[in-house]
Write a protein that binds this ligand. Structure first.
Ligand SMILES: [Fe+2]
Length: 211
């Protein structure tokens, strides 16, 4: 699996049917095989004329957007963001019976920064519902382990020099329209049953390696 140019579509870490009924197989098929594939293809297209940037990872590309020449900057922002965000989104879900719980270390941080898990999810839901149009709602941590919620439009990412993304929910309509039509709140509630807490906990506990 290539983590630099030419980028490749990372396989889904579960079967297409594995997240039903919260997310149906057709939604996952289109979302992963069509939408994510398009971001991968377009990222390779925009990087093709720029060999000097082809040895950079997704994260490296996204942390140096300001220094990239136009129009590479816009193409990387949209498409490297699209690949980075979707890979983490698909990784951070698991079949409901395998999704686990936050580790003790993460539970302690959740209690300190939100009061409890319900409050965290309530704030994440507010961010997801409050994102006008297409975008993402995120749970991020600082290097010190402080948790916070944010949202980004389009395929933008949080500041990856300051924050490590732990968890994100896609609120583009393509993520939920086949199953939920305009009911973003219902999609969010169903998505919370799929959160792969053991993976989120692992990222939290190894956050220093991502900065
Ligand atoms: Fe998406």
């Amino acid at each position: 699996m290539s983590c630099m140019y030419p980028f490749e579509l990372k396989p889904l870490p579960y079967d297409y049917e594995a997240l039903a009924p919260a997310l149906d197989a057709q939604t996952l098929h289109f979302h992963h095989d069509k939408h994510l594939q398009t971001y991968v293809d377009n990222l390779n297209k925009v990087l093709a004329p720029y060999p000097e940037y082809q040895n950079l990872s997704l994260r490296s590309l996204l942390t140096r957007l300001e220094s990239l020449p136009q129009p590479l900057c816009t193409g990387v922002r949209n498409n490297a963001g699209g690949v980075f965000n979707h890979q983490l989104y698909f990784d951070c879900m698991a079949p409901a019976q395998q999704s686990g719980k936050p580790s003790q270390c993460l539970q302690d941080a959740i209690q300190r920064d939100f009061g409890n898990l319900e409050q965290l999810l309530s704030q994440l839901k507010q961010a997801a519902l409050g994102q006008f149009g297409s975008g993402w709602a995120w749970l991020v941590t600082t290097a010190e382990g402080t948790l916070s919620i944010c949202s980004t439009p389009n395929q933008d990412v949080p500041n990856l020099c300051k924050f490590v993304p732990l968890l994100l929910v896609d609120v583009w309509e393509h993520a939920y329209y086949l199953g939920y039509q305009n009911r973003r709140a219902d999609y969010f509630d169903a998505w919370t049953t799929l959160i792969h807490w053991s993976l989120v906990s692992n990222i939290y506990e190894s956050r220093a390696s991502f900065l």
